[in-house]
Ligand binder design. Structure first.
Ligand code: RB5
Length: 144
């Protein structure tokens, strides 16, 4: 069965979001929450959309957010206690965001990160389990 992954972006992340939608086709069922074009929009709207679906989603549900830099949309998403959004610019960051931080949202910068790097980040994010242990205590201090 494919893993459902929510994804959203603003205009600055639109092109990379569209590229991501074509990745991991065998394993991922993408649920695209917009934006629907590269027309100018406000990134907090799209962070809110993803946060809302994650609120009632099954444990372990993951999502991807993209804006121009990745900064604004990660700041907005992390205002929700149940969101651990990790802005990643390398495969190692994406791997650590799962292993140590139990990130449930991968954030990428569409104007910062090329498609090949984004694909590596995505694969690391989707395939790295949370290590738990000492990290679980720290994550609980943020999320509970
Ligand atoms: C939009 O121009 C840009 O500000 C936005 O995509 C993002 O980079 C904000 O942090």
């Amino acid at each position: 069965m494919k893993e459902k992954i929510y994804i959203a972006s603003d205009h600055g992340g639109y092109a990379l979001k569209q590229a991501l939608l074509g990745m991991c086709a065998d394993t991922v069922e993408w649920v695209d929450l917009g934006a629907e074009s590269d027309a100018r929009v406000d990134y907090p709207v799209y962070a809110d959309k993803v946060a809302e679906v994650l609120k009632d989603a099954p444990q372990g549900q993951k999502a991807v957010l993209v804006c121009g830099s990745g900064i604004g949309i990660s700041i907005a998403a992390n205002r929700y206690r149940w969101v651990n959004a990790a802005l990643c610019t390398s495969e190692e960051m994406a791997q650590l965001s799962r292993a140590h931080n139990n990130a449930n949202v991968l954030v990428l910068g569409g104007r910062i990160t090329d498609e090949a790097t984004a694909e590596k980040c995505l694969n690391a994010f989707l395939n790295t389990p949370f290590e738990g242990g000492r990290h679980a205590q720290r994550v609980a201090m943020i999320t509970e």
